[in-house]
Design a protein around this ligand. Structure first.
Ligand SMILES: [Fe+2]
Length: 367
């Protein structure tokens, strides 16, 4: 989060109007290229390269992880470095914009001087804290969730230098339904120099990651010119459409759940069970919920320490996969498309159950 300046509404970026026009104009300029499958045969997929060791640890993911990396929390002092805008779209394997893609950017700070022996620093720290050596004003890591059109945008600084690497940004892309991010890196189309104007020992050509991208088109797609967009500050910008060789999962259902009726069927040992039949899809995970009632409390309703009271909430009901089977689970991940029958002992409230589902790859949690 960024400070809300007095009497001004909050913005994604606290940037001058001309900068906001810049983003708006970029969006308009690209709007004509969102045709489904546009030139799919000509697409160059972003090369998948190493994530590297410096993605923040789970305990180090900062609270401030928005797409403006030059301000940390409420600090009004900007990070040291050349302000850099990176904008573009996330596209799938067919060239279609991807909505709901998580774009992550993390990279080295830009200390001054940034010379041999003066290494830049990542947010990463082996302990559960922010790397104390890093520029105290640099966010170091940011995320952006794409909307319709697949657009993303970041404001950050030019990446600093460390031994054996040329300048680079780390990007992570997670499509809806992916279980792990795919990672790539972005480079500068320039002769890399330190702050003394001395050529850095590692240029793109002898950077192991850059040189490891053997496809020339892919290499070119992540080697960017950065254009000055603000002479006064020297701020630069580049545009990058990140084309991923993946297709996002499109949730088939129009919401997070639906209701279905239950019908009585014969259970084990002359008992009755209640059957629900749902349209199931491969790798979707299903749960069945019943409406909480006081029915099962009995005399325990006056005992406020009773463990029964913990049941006074919506809860996933246990079910079996056959009419007489064991009530062994309360979530099930379908292995094929088609009708899925589930069998419960709890009667449906008012004749209906609520079915909750999660798309493939989603965290199925602990029901
Ligand atoms: Fe790196």
């Amino acid at each position: 989060m960024k400070p809300n300046r007095i009497l001004t509404p909050p913005h994604t970026f606290h940037i001058p109007l001309d900068r906001r026009r810049f983003f708006k104009s970029m969006a308009l300029a690209s709007a004509g290229f969102t045709l489904p499958g546009y030139l799919a045969e000509a697409l160059t997929y972003a090369p998948e390269v190493t994530q590297g060791p410096y993605y923040p640890l789970a305990n180090n993911i900062p609270l401030d992880k928005d797409n403006d990396l030059i301000h940390l929390n409420n600090n009004l002092t900007a990070a040291t470095g050349i302000i850099t805008y990176v904008t573009g779209r996330v596209l799938d394997a067919s060239g279609n914009p991807v909505k709901g893609a998580l774009v992550e950017l993390w990279h080295c700070d830009s200390p001054s001087p940034n010379t041999a022996g003066a290494q830049c620093n990542y947010l990463y720290s082996a302990s559960a804290t922010r790397n104390p050596a890093m520029d105290a004003n640099f966010q170091g890591f940011g995320q952006f969730l794409t909307g319709t059109g697949g657009f993303y945008k970041f404001r950050t600084i030019k990446a600093g230098l460390y031994n054996s690497r040329t300048r680079h940004y780390h990007f992570g892309i997670t499509f809806p339904g992916m279980t792990a991010r795919k990672t790539t890196q972005l480079f500068w189309n320039e002769t890399t120099k330190d702050t003394n104007g001395t050529n850095w020992a590692t240029q793109n050509s002898n950077d192991s990651v850059w040189a490891g991208i053997t496809d020339a088109n892919q290499r070119a797609s992540v080697t960017k010119d950065f254009t000055v967009v603000d002479v006064a500050t020297g701020a630069v910008a580049t545009s990058w459409d990140i084309v991923m060789n993946y297709t996002p999962v499109d949730p088939t259902y129009p919401g997070s759940g639906f209701v279905v009726p239950g019908s009585v069927v014969a259970g084990p040992g002359g008992t009755n069970r209640f059957q629900v039949s749902i349209p199931a899809y491969t790798n979707y995970t299903y749960e069945v919920y019943g409406n909480p009632t006081l029915l099962n409390f009995g005399s325990n309703v006056t005992n406020w320490t009773s463990p029964y009271l913990t049941n006074l909430s919506w809860a996933a009901l246990p079910f079996a996969l056959t009419p007489a089977g064991a009530l062994a689970t309360n979530k099930f991940t379908a292995t094929s498309n088609g009708t899925l029958n589930l069998y419960l002992t709890a009667p449906p409230e008012k004749g209906f159950y609520f079915i909750s589902f999660r798309v493939p790859g989603a965290n199925t949690g602990i029901p």
